[in-house]
Design a protein around this ligand. Sequence first.
Ligand code: FES
Length: 144
Amino acid sequence: MAYSEKVMDHFANPRNVGEMEDPSGVGEVGNSRCGDIMRMYIKVDGDTITDVKFKTFGCGAAIATSSMATELIKGKKIEDALKLTNKAVMEALDGLPPVKVHCSVLAEQAIKAAVSDYYKRQGIDPTPFVGEVPACEECACDAH
Ligand code: FES
């Protein structure tokens, strides 16, 4: 299966790349299999994610999924951002080859990790809101 045009577009022109000064939360997740790392920064105002930035040291699919994920959660309420699944990110990109499904899991995990960090900075236990951020080995995808 070839990459969709949307995947190629987000890989070649990723949105919201970079670092953020004074973020409300930062999450970093890695895939122990391929060694790729994704870091996501969020700015929160009230209960809304007003800005998102990411840095991905990884494969093209990881870059494309993190780019799309940032687009999908920017301007959303935290509770809605937490509902974003890797499947929704993949659908928004018109699909990924099966061997690249795990790359999209990284994007979902990075959002959850950033929101967890946000809650911790507020002195709030994130577990009731975010749950445990699953390690990639425990994710539901069948790419391993
Ligand atoms: Fe590592 Fe895609 S191969 S995230």
